[in-house]
Design a protein around this ligand. Structure first.
Ligand SMILES: *Cc1c(COP(=O)(O)O)cnc(C)c1O
Length: 398
């Protein structure tokens, strides 16, 4: 998954352009910048690479989610449906909007279960937010149909699935809006950064303003610009955007390596009786940054995970016990532990929620291991790792 493995001369050159001009900000200072507009250039490259009309860079994937929710009109009293398996940023953005996160089971795609989504809809539901976890996609056909039927917004969190696709369309470009994260461990990185993708011109224009304090970006005097609505500073810097410009040129290469290495690991694990694989709605569109697989029971999965780590096979994740990715350990959310008073509807919703209802998610996550695919392996190393993984798991299962 991590584009940082291929960091090199291309990124250095782009960053050096910015250092040479000294203009570290993406807006203004036209005369000083030697013609360099790295954030603007990266936004253009993103629209071309992913086949989407508009891209608004932000300071992180989390602020991309916040921006998307703001421009889609999500706020106080609204409910946003999100999965139990994700990253904490999902509910952080919903809570920051003043809305209420409604947690819903995942299925063997490791993404939202459409049936559970439909069952969770209330008159207050405003948005469904699938998260394309670990490089692969949610069931977008079903989710889109549900959103159309109930007149809901669809926001794709594609932060972990950059370059993945669903029936030929890039993940993040299929819903009303989508987001990527360019944090340090994502498929391509800016160091820190994110982007909102949309084909809707109004959403984009609002995102452009919202992420820069509401600046309308009309005219050439920043101080004289108007502020048609409230905003925040969620801007990316030119330095970060420059890194991303170097990285985006490597995306095809990154995806090709991931697919190759992923296939090597998968071929070995397919030989192990008892190992099954995550369901991928469109296997062609997997970004292949992880290989996620299931073992027969929670107990065997824990043993296999431990054996993998004991055998020096790091990069194998057991999300079920993870503090950041699975509901089980989100005590701060469940207790609504906040440094400041939350809106009362939200606080009481969080505290009264039945967090033990997710037996379907538990049954799946308890049996899931995700294996990170590295770019820096040689083919030989990937093969050696694959054989060692298969042997380790086999010894636990037999
Ligand atoms: C990384 C990530 C984010 C947040 O991105 P940051 O850039 O780290 O703020 C959001 N959602 C998912 C699923 C992620 O993996």
């Amino acid at each position: 998954m991590p584009g940082f493995e291929l960091f090199g001369a291309e990124e250095r050159k782009e960053v050096q352009d910015v250092l040479d001009s000294g203009v570290l900000m993406r807006y203004g200072f036209d005369g000083m910048r030697n013609g360099h507009w790295k954030a603007k250039e990266l936004e253009k490259a993103i629209t071309e690479t992913f086949g989407v009309n508009h891209a608004q860079l932000t300071s992180s994937g989390t602020t991309a989610l916040s921006t998307a929710m703001a421009v889609m009109g999500v706020g106080a009293g609204d409910e946003v449906i999100m999965p139990t398996f994700t990253f904490v940023a999902s509910f952080e953005a919903i809570i920051a909007a003043g809305a209420t996160p409604i947690l819903v089971d995942i299925d063997e795609t490791l993404c939202l279960d459409p049936k559970a989504v439909e069952a969770a809809i209330t008159p207050n539901t405003k948005m469904v937010m699938p998260v394309h976890m670990c490089g692969s996609m949610a069931q977008l056909d079903e989710l889109q149909a549900i959103c159309e039927k109930h007149d809901l917004l669809l926001l794709e969190d594609a932060c972990q699935a950059i370059g993945g696709s669903f029936h030929g369309k890039k993940l993040g470009t299929i819903g009303h809006a989508g987001t990527f994260s360019f944090d340090f461990v994502k498929t391509i990185t800016c160091g820190e950064g994110g982007v909102v993708l949309t084909n809707d011109e109004t959403l984009y224009t609002h995102a452009d303003h919202y992420s820069d304090h509401g600046h309308d970006h009309i005219g050439s005097d920043r101080g004289a610009e108007d502020h048609p609505f409230l905003g925040y500073n969620f801007r990316i810097s030119e330095l970060h955007a420059a890194v991303g410009l170097g990285q985006i040129k490597k995306l095809d290469q990154i995806l090709a390596i991931q697919k190759k290495h992923n296939a090597i690991i998968k071929a070995a694990l397919e030989q192990v009786e008892g190992v099954t694989f995550r369901r991928i709605p469109d296997p062609e569109g997997d970004n292949a940054s992880f290989l996620s697989f299931f073992l027969p029971t929670e107990d065997l999965t824990r043993k296999a995970h431990k054996a993998l780590l004991d055998n020096g096979l790091g990069g194998n994740f057991y999300w079920y016990d993870n503090n950041w990715h699975y509901i089980k350990k989100w005590s701060h959310l469940k207790d609504a532990t906040s440094l400041f008073p939350l809106n009362p509807t939200l606080a009481s919703a969080l505290k009264s929620y039945d967090y033990d209802q997710f037996t379907q998610s538990d049954a799946i996550m308890g049996r899931t291991i995700s294996s990170l695919i590295n770019l820096s392996w040689t083919e030989e190393q990937a093969t050696e790792r694959a054989e060692k993984m298969a042997a380790t798991i086999k010894s636990v299962l037999s």
